[in-house]
Ligand binder design. Structure first.
Ligand SMILES: CC(C)(COP(=O)(O)OP(=O)(O)OC[C@H]1O[C@@H](n2cnc3c(N)ncnc32)[C@H](O)[C@@H]1OP(=O)(O)O)[C@@H](O)C(=O)NCCC(=O)NCCS
Length: 162
C-alpha cells in the first residue's frame, strides 16, 4: 500500500496527539503542546500516511541557540508497522528537508532502555555523544548522561552531522 510523507499542520494537532497516545513507550504530552509545536514549527514536523491514516510522525525544531541544529523531539511508528524500516524512511525524508533549510546537525535524546530506537538511529549514522557531558552513567551497557531530564532520568544524547 502506498505511503506518503508530508508536513503536518496546526489543524491536525489532535490527530497527532491521539496517534502518539497509541505509540508506546513514547510519552504523551498535553494536547496544547502538540498545538504549539505544530503552529510554530510545522515546517520541521512530518507524518507518514497510508490511506489518509497516520502511521508515523516525527517532530522537532531548529534551535535558536545551537547554530544550525535541529532537535528531534519525538518519532513514532504505529505498533503494527514497526520493524519494517518506515522509521528510517521518515528520518531520511526529514534529514533531506532539514539539509535544504541549511541545518547541519541533528540532536536526539534516547532512553537507554529503548533498543528499537537506538538501533534505528545508529543504523542511520547517529553517534552517542553522552560521554562528552560531565556526568555519565552506564545503563543496559550504554553510556548515558546522568540525570539528563530529571534526577534518575538518564538519557543518551546522539548527534548526526548532515
Ligand atoms: C523506534 C521506532 C521509531 C523505529 O521505527 P521502525 O520503523 O520500527 O524502525 P526499523 O524498522 O528500522 O526498526 C529498528 C530496529 O528496531 C527493531 N524493532 C522495531 N520495532 C520493533 C518491535 N515492535 N519489536 C521488536 N523489535 C522492533 C527492528 O527489528 C530494528 O532492528 P534491526 O535493525 O536489528 O533489524 C519505532 O519502533 C517506534 O515508533 N517505537 C515506539 C516509539 C518510540 O520508541 N520512539 C522513539 C523515541 S526516541
Amino acid at each position: 500500500m502506498k505511503m506518503t510523507i508530508r508536513n503536518v499542520n496546526e489543524k491536525e494537532f489532535l490527530k497527532v496527539y491521539k496517534f502518539v497516545s497509541h505509540c508506546k513507550p513514547l510519552e504523551n504530552y498535553a494536547e496544547h503542546l502538540y498545538k504549539i509545536i505544530l503552529r510554530y514549527f510545522n515546517d520541521t514536523c512530518f507524518i507518514v500516511e497510508q490511506e489518509s491514516e497516520i502511521i508515523g510522525f516525527l517532530m522537532g525544531f531548529i534551535s535558536q541557540v545551537h547554530e544550525s541544529t535541529y532537535f528531534l523531539w519525538q518519532i513514532g511508528i504505529s505498533n503494527s508497522m514497526q520493524g519494517k524500516g518506515i522509521g528510517g524512511d521518515l528520518l531520511e525524508h526529514a534529514e533531506n528537508k532539514l539539509s535544504e533549510r541549511g541545518c547541519k546537525r541533528i540532536e536526539v535524546t534516547i532512553d537507554p532502555k529503548n533498543i528499537s530506537s537506538s538501533k534505528l538511529f545508529e543504523r542511520m549514522g547517529y553517534i552517542n555523544i553522552s560521554y562528552k557531558k560531565e556526568k555519565m552513567v552506564k545503563v543496559n551497557g550504554n553510556i548515558a548522561v546522568k540525570d539528563y531530564y530529571s534526577p534518575g532520568k538518564h538519557f543518551m544524547l546522539y548527534e548526526k552531522y548532515l
